[in-house]
Ligand binder design. Structure first.
Ligand SMILES: [Zn+2]
Length: 118
């Protein structure tokens, strides 16, 4: 997975430039609560800080197309807390011609964020 995709269409992949109002950030992302897709223990948990942030997290379901979790919106619009997201991918053909069943993977995000006062 690429870590260098720019945030917000800006010409930066540097999170502290993309989110200048964020002072500190801690993210714990747990996916695959049922353990169906994880090949090894712990593969479904990611920790990130402002310095190690990536634009999105990929879905562990190998059949999932266009899935994963976009972290940018979460960082822009959410306050600290625990949030649950469905993967919005689907188990279609790789060419994307047939839309298959929706991916049933889920992401739990534990977010601690502090922002500069506006
Ligand atoms: Zn998925």
């Amino acid at each position: 997975m690429s870590n260098t995709k720019p945030f917000l269409g800006k010409a930066t992949s540097n999170p502290s430039e993309a989110f200048p109002d964020v002072i500190s950030l801690s993210l714990k992302i747990t996916q695959d609560p049922s353990g169906w897709y994880s090949e090894r223990e712990g593969a479904n948990v990611r920790h990130m800080t402002l310095n190690s942030l990536s634009r999105s997290v990929g879905c562990l379901n190998k059949r999932c197309q266009q899935g994963g979790l976009d972290l940018q919106n979460i960082i822009m619009f959410y306050e600290s807390g625990t949030f649950d997201f469905c993967c919005d991918g689907h188990e279609g053909s790789p060419a994307g011609r047939n839309k298959g069943d929706p991916c049933d993977n889920r992401f739990t995000v534990e977010l601690e964020i502090s922002r500069k006062k506006r």
